[in-house]
Design a protein around this ligand. Structure first.
Ligand code: BGC
Length: 756
């Protein structure tokens, strides 16, 4: 501790304390002392060997580069000891002693892991989502870090894309609310505190619209669609004060995002007023060469001029900018701009006051994986789960009798955390079996059987296991495993089958062309269903799946996502009614892959299909319904809710007048429960075609059994507005329809006239 103190004092002497207002002038003063090489060095973000890598390149000669002032930040290392060692190299070893920033993929928790972001969003509870990011920031900063590569706010309408698990689903309004909550959670109200960290919004932009859901694929989209549906969550994060933003791998209008001036300067800085810095994604700068827009020197110059400030791993800026300056291809002023933004970020984080402010071994022991953090993870996980089906009120289960607990994920810790848990340790997680024992004590007799492999397909297993063994193929035959599970079922009152995906069957580079349960698990469920025992399916997975058979045959289905460290406890809390589920899906569950992309806020088309029969020459399929299996916003409760018709405070309005739309919500069931009351608006006639409806508000309400409450939404012209053909945000007078309901399909509606 003494040593840390001495270093801090030295740092304080060299960079006297300052107020946040002084930052630009302090950064400029420092810049004036820097050589061109040192400025370029600040733009370099590297990953030392041994960390989790997501590309084919790792950084080399890290120590010397840091001492030579060739590194602005590091990512991929954790623990105060390692971070201190690296920081010392910069602060003691480099000429200007400029501290580095330390980043990591802190995506849904640091060591205490929360549900995957798609699950978090399904809670529709912004307070809990912010709390998850706050705890993540506390733990990450107690581990030496000050920068999280999160929130991921990419809108996704295609469940084949594995990274749908990392975002908040398909809706821009909800996505924007989540983005804001996450940024506040990470950054708090003062970035220089030692328990707040800088957020990095990603992946800017449109990454979630990769064609065919295939990872890293081309994106091609109209401006109206961008502005209306894909950009709002990034904008919300910027408005919430996010300190940094990460460019995406994909191209936009034929220009890769990392080198796209329209995106990084015209839109982000000029239109939105973003003041932080832009970092590339992992080697996304170098990959512009493969995209086909030039060699490394060309794409580096292009990216810098487009507005990129920091280069992740690829060292294109580090190795080519000097030459480009000499050849007159890049102005020093452009390098200055980027360098200043990075220095400013370091000032904001308080690193010039004390480069070691995030390094505190005492905090590591005190703040990480605490009982309180685990309790929060358990609570948040329970809130993220979505009850998809519950026939005959089979759930909640009684804490008595015999249960056959089967399935490859029933007695499994390895796959509870989900994708992107760089610092999370699956050994810390609670299996569903353990959770059920914790919650029921000895009152339930549990018979267990694995029943099936996650998949029997060895190639699929091998690919899933690229980052570690998540899928273990049993030495027994599939039939022997099924027989064992069926025998357990026959001796039980009911079956709980825990099935789904391994952690990395979704996530980065985990696109799937078939999003059903793997055949091995389908075969298990089919055999179990034949026993005639009530069949409760608990799904642990990272994306919407196609579940038509399961929906037809299971008695109940609980979507638990990858629930995180407290997985089993949270699943058991929900199964046994300690918590009444309240989650609602934030991405549509298709009936079949052929329906994708499928999303609730689609256009009407010129030949809309009303859902009855098969009219020829309408917008429909010969062999599939247009309807999803479960619509956006859908989720059941152990209790039931009844909505009154929508009441409008008035039906004719003018100009900037305001409207109140309300419903009376009644809990008509036997349990206290929460309902997410959703407000949608449609604008049937406009100068550009609008979607059939758009989410414009929601409230999560707790009602006791039998309780009734009036739920009101204030509506202003802001909620009527949209981007017109000239990309101006306008509202146009006319008829509007207000819908309030329990999901995007089941709503009560009322129309009104809003004049100019
Ligand atoms: C991912 C980013 C991540 C980065 C650093 C990339 O492959 O796309 O989301 O933050 O790696 O690990």
């Amino acid at each position: 501790m003494k040593k840390n103190f001495a270093i801090a004092v030295i740092a304080l002497l060299s960079y006297p304390s300052f107020s946040q207002n002084d930052i630009p002038s302090k950064a400029k003063a420092l810049l004036a002392k820097m050589t061109l090489a040192e400025k370029i060095g600040q733009l370099n973000l590297i990953i030392p060997g041994g960390a989790a890598v997501t590309g084919s390149v790792v950084s080399s000669d890290v120590e010397n580069k840091i001492k030579n002032g060739q590194v602005g930040g590091l990512f991929g290392i954790t623990s105060p000891a390692k971070v201190r060692k690296a920081q010392e190299l910069a602060v003691k070893g480099s000429r200007l002693q400029i501290p580095m920033i330390f980043g990591l993929d802190v995506i849904h928790g640091h060591k205490t892991i929360f549900p995957i972001p798609l699950g978090l969003s399904a809670s529709w509870d912004m307070g809990l989502i912010e709390q998850s990011a706050r705890i993540a920031a506390t733990e990450a900063s107690a581990d030496g870090l000050n920068w999280a590569f999160s929130p991921m706010v990419d809108i996704a309408r295609d469940a084949r894309w594995g990274r749908i698990s990392e975002g908040s689903g398909e809706d821009p309004y909800l996505g924007g609310q989540v983005a804001k909550a996450m940024v506040h959670g990470y950054q708090g109200d003062d970035l220089s505190k030692n328990n707040t960290i800088m957020a990095c919004v990603k992946h800017f932009a449109l990454y979630g619209a990769a064609e065919a859901g295939r990872e890293y694929n081309t994106v091609d989209m109209s401006r109206i669609k961008m502005y209306e549906y894909y950009l709002p969550p990034y904008k919300a994060a910027v408005d919430a004060g996010a300190g940094s933003i990460m460019s995406s791998f994909n191209e936009i209008d034929g220009v890769p995002a990392t080198g796209n001036k329209w995106l990084l300067t015209d839109l982000l800085r000029k239109e939105w007023g973003f003041k932080g810095f832009v970092v590339s994604d992992y080697t996304s700068l170098n990959e512009m060469t493969a995209h086909g827009v030039g060699d490394l020197q060309t794409v580096s110059a292009q990216s810098l001029k487009a507005g990129l400030d920091m280069d992740m791993v690829g060292e294109g800026l580090l190795t080519t900018l000097g030459k480009s300056v000499k050849e007159g291809k890049v102005a020093v002023a452009d390098i200055d701009k980027a360098c200043l933004r990075i220095l400013e970020a370091k000032f904001k984080l308080g690193l010039f006051d004390d480069p070691y402010r995030y390094i505190d071994e005492a905090r590591t022991a005190k703040d990480i994986l605490t009982p309180a953090n685990r309790q929060a993870a358990r609570n948040i996980a329970a809130h993220s789960m979505v009850l998809l089906k519950n026939n005959h009120q089979v759930l909640p289960l009684k804490k008595s009798g015999t249960i056959a607990l089967v399935g490859p994920l029933a007695d499994n810790k390895r796959n509870m955390l989900g994708t992107w848990v760089v610092a999370g340790d699956w050994r810390e997680s609670v299996s569903v079996l353990e959770g059920i024992k914790n919650v029921t004590g000895n009152s339930v007799n549990i018979l267990t059987a694995k029943g099936a492999n996650l998949t029997d397909d060895s190639l699929f297993a091998k690919r899933t296991n690229a980052l570690g063994i998540e899928v273990e193929i049993d030495t027994r035959s599939p039939q022997a495993m099924i027989d064992e599970a069926v025998a357990a079922a026959n001796q039980s009152d009911m079956i709980v089958a825990v099935v789904g995906e391994a952690a990395d069957m979704s996530g980065e580079s985990s696109s799937r062309a078939d999003i059903s349960l793997p055949a091995s698990q389908q075969n298990l469920l089919k055999a179990l269903s034949k026993t005639g025992k009530p069949l409760v399916v608990v799904l642990i997975n990272g994306r919407p799946l196609t579940l038509v058979w399961e929906n037809d045959h299971a008695t109940a289905i609980l979507e638990a996502w990858a629930p995180g460290t407290e997985a089993g406890n949270a699943v058991a809390d929900v199964l046994f009614g300690n918590y009444n589920p309240s989650g609602k899906i934030t991405a549509t569950f298709p009936r079949s892959v052929g329906q994708i992309p499928i999303y609730y806020n689609h256009k009407n088309t010129g030949r809309p299909f009303d859902g009855t029969g098969f009219p020829k020459f309408k917008s429909n399929y010969l062999d599939e319904s247009n309807d999803p299996l479960y619509p956006f916003g859908y989720g059941l409760s152990y209790t039931s809710f009844q909505y009154s018709p929508v009441k409008l405070s008035r039906t004719v309005l003018k100009g900037e007048e305001k409207l109140t739309a309300s419903v009376t919500l009644q809990n008509t069931g036997r349990y206290a429960g929460e309902e997410v009351v959703q407000l949608y608006i449609s604008d049937p006639v406009a100068s550009v075609t609008r979607s059939v409806k758009d989410l414009k508000g929601f409230q999560k309400i707790l009602l006791q059994a039998g309780e009734t409450k009036e739920i009101s939404f204030q509506i202003t012209t802001e909620q009527l507005s949209f981007f017109n053909y000239d990309l101006k945000k306008v509202w146009e007078p006319g008829k509007f329809v207000i819908h309030i309901g329990t999901n995007s399909s089941e709503v009560q509606s009322a129309a009104l006239q809003w004049n100019k």
